[in-house]
Design a protein around this ligand. Structure first.
Ligand code: TYM
Length: 329
């Protein structure tokens, strides 16, 4: 199993946590799990070098604080394993221009930046993602709903390579947990919570001041009815709050609906704000402690990279051979 996350913000948000990281923590128990902080992906948009370095460390600390255990999984930074970029090149040469042009995340981001400013790196982003996955022969890739199309491309590329050059890659399956696959923006529950698209009021950042997060929950956009009921179509705001509540407490949504029968939106929001505070407060404490010891973080990453590289190098050697590169003497 493999998954990745970008170190592109000062903090992960609740969508990252509920859609992906929480699954990673669970799946490390049962799978041979590789988790990658994708810094090569992070430079596909404008970035500040010093902040990227800092954010990469903060990312590792948050993943460990969320429950990743370096004894159970392999946690590493993408740029520490050069095979990712090397395989990406080979896959670039198998991807159609039109095929890459159909990636909706690229179209959205490119449109936001303006066609002249969007980079070729942004265009080939999903192909690098395919390389991340295929290098480790992953069967399972735990992600949120927004990654489905990239996973489809990865599967197509694996099948294409296998068909053209002989069986080489495992064709991976996305692992998308329906209930939490798309956490919505609190202010605009028609769009997903996202570091690039959400307004500050719409996004819960795990490392933000808990009081500020509580306030955002209390100010979440809902609807003009009164009934607390899960209905994605007609009540996306309330449904999103119920999803978050249920995911953080383990209480099924129907039970929450029963608990809140006859109560108001304000009651639900107040209680959920407390649930969020109770979740992020110890999380922040663990993250701070981990960040106080960067030596240990770097050692975890060095061990992770070494383990990842062994497998990545093996796959890349087969790929280079299959495509006909002359081996160096
Ligand atoms: P990134 O960093 O944008 O997102 C990391 C993970 O968080 C999930 N996610 C969400 N899930 C539910 N609701 C949301 N609102 C929400 N927002 C984000 C994403 O689906 C993702 O699982 N392209 C990947 C990074 C990547 C990767 C890989 C993933 C690079 N290589 C290989 C898997 C395998 C991404 O979007 O990261």
């Amino acid at each position: 199993m493999l998954s990745g996350i970008q170190p592109t913000a000062d903090s992960f948000h609740l969508g990252n946590y509920l859609g992906a990281i929480r699954q990673w923590v669970r799946l490390q128990e049962t799978h041979d799990a590789f988790y990658c902080i994708v810094d090569l992906h992070a430079i596909t948009v404008d970035h500040d070098p010093a902040r990227l370095r800092e954010r990469t460390r903060v990312s590792v600390a948050q993943l460990l604080a969320a429950g990743l255990d370096p004894e159970l999984c392999t946690l590493f930074v993408q740029s520490h394993v050069p095979e990712h970029a090397q395989l990406a090149w080979v896959l670039n040469c198998l991807t159609g221009f039109g095929e890459a042009s159909r990636m909706t995340q690229f179209k959205d981001k490119a449109q936001k930046q303006g066609a002249e400013r969007a980079t070729v790196g942004l265009f080939t982003y999903p192909i690098l993602q395919a390389a991340d996955i295929l290098l480790y022969q992953a069967n399972v890739v735990p992600v949120g709903e927004d990654q489905r199309q990239h996973l489809e491309l990865t599967r197509d590329l694996a099948q294409r390579f296998n068909g053209r050059f002989g069986q080489t890659f495992t064709v991976p399956e996305p692992h998308i947990v329906k209930d939490t696959a798309k956490i919505l923006d609190l202010q605009e529950p028609a769009i997903k919570m996202s570091k690039s698209a959400s307004s500050p009021g719409g996004i819960i950042e795990l490392l933000d001041d808990p009081k500020a997060s509580a306030k955002k929950i209390r100010s979440a956009v809902t609807d003009s009815e009164r009934e607390i009921r899960y209905d994605e179509e007609r009540k996306p705001g309330i449904s999103n709050l119920l999803t978050i509540y249920s995911a953080l407490t383990g209480k099924p949504v129907p039970e929450l609906e029963r608990d809140y029968a006859g109560k108001g939106y304000g009651d639900l929001k107040k209680d959920l704000a407390q649930v969020v505070v109770d979740f992020v407060t110890p999380f922040q404490e663990r993250t701070r402690k981990l960040l106080a010891d960067p030596e240990t973080l770097d050692t975890i990453l060095a061990n992770g990279a070494e383990k990842a590289r062994r497998i990545a190098a093996e796959t890349l050697a087969v790929v280079y051979d299959r495509v006909g590169f002359l081996p160096p003497k």
